[in-house]
Design a protein around this ligand. Structure first.
Ligand code: AMP
Ligand code: MG
Length: 290
């Protein structure tokens, strides 16, 4: 088994995990940097190092996934307000992994076909197969966030979804899925800054969606909807992590660290198939080019 660097800090999960009971997001500082290894430049270096470790663990996961009966996989769920950095996290954190072992799905406004099905239908189809790291850029949680804020279905319908989601995630966990759910927590002030930057920069303007301004106007409603999610859907097998995300370098470091802790806890190892190595070696030595 290949030696991987040992990371001393193994408990960011305990620090960022959503607290039990009611969650008050206004009391959690989006600029905070708990457990960060120093400031920006140290964190960037540590993130790169963590990326190498992640890639090594991912390779073992992938290797295990090629074996009959394999079930282990990872599901990273990214949620947060517009401009919170979901795309940036995919680029900077998932970008350090092997694309062949990643399964990225962005969930947009449901298509007419998707709307004809139960809200988990499109989600189930995107669950990563064994050996893969699945990434949800938005997720089934939109069905109790934007849907709740905009009354897209009656309260009796979305009200039942929290339990449905918990049941679904429990099922996933039972099928070998290690679930890592990150709420990227930004401030309204930081969102304004990022939206203004999008408007001002011709290379970012394509990302500006005037509709984001009406969502921004519902800031308080969204924070409340997120608080309900964090309170009701943070479970033992699928906890929520609240990642302060006003500083991009901290966000990247923290998500990489959380993933590293999750993968590190999966008891991954390279499979050792039963091969007659001396016989196979001899055949190779005697074949073409000998
Ligand atoms: P973006 O992530 O910026 O590409 O935007 C995707 C948009 O799709 C966001 O405005 C989401 O709120 C919206 N969206 C995602 N899932 C749902 C859903 N289940 N119902 C309604 N809107 C959704
Ligand atoms: Mg957007």
């Amino acid at each position: 088994v290949r030696q991987l660097p040992v990371m001393s800090d193994t408990s960011l999960r305990d620090i960022l995990r959503a607290p039990a009971g009611p969650v008050d997001l206004s009391g959690i500082d989006p600029r905070a940097t708990p457990r960060a290894p120093g400031g920006k430049s140290k964190a960037v270096t540590a993130t790169r190092k963590q990326g190498e470790r992640l890639a090594g663990l991912q390779e073992m996961l992938y290797a295990e996934g090629t074996m009959d009966g394999a079930t282990k996989r990872v599901l990273l769920v990214l949620q947060g307000m517009d401009t919170c950095g979901k795309d940036g996290t995919v680029k900077h954190v998932i970008g350090m992994l092997n694309p062949q072992g990643c399964h990225i799905t962005g969930f947009k406004k449901p298509t007419p076909e998707e709307l004809q099905h139960h809200f988990l239908w499109r989600i189930r189809r995107a669950v990563p197969p064994p050996g893969q790291v699945g990434i949800f850029n938005r997720s089934h949680y939109e069905d109790v966030l934007v849907v709740r804020v905009h009354d897209l279905v009656p309260p009796e319908v979305w009200g039942k979804r929290y339990e449905e989601i918990n049941r679904f995630e429990r099922q996933l966990a039972g099928n070998g899925v290690t679930i890592v759910k990150c709420f990227l927590h930004i401030s309204a002030k930081e969102q304004r800054r990022r939206l203004l930057a999008r408007l001002a920069d011709p290379t970012k303007r394509w990302k500006f969606n005037p509709g984001d301004l009406s969502e921004r106007a519902r800031w308080k409603d969204y924070q409340q909807a997120y608080e309900a999610v964090l309170e009701r859907c943070s479970t033992g097998v699928a906890p929520w992590y609240i990642v302060p995300a006003d500083r991009k370098w901290y966000r990247n470091w923290a998500v990489a660290q959380l993933l590293g802790e999750a993968l590190g806890g999966m008891s991954l190892a390279y499979p050792q198939p039963e091969l007659d190595i001396p016989a196979l070696t001899a055949r190779l030595r005697g074949g073409p080019a000998s």
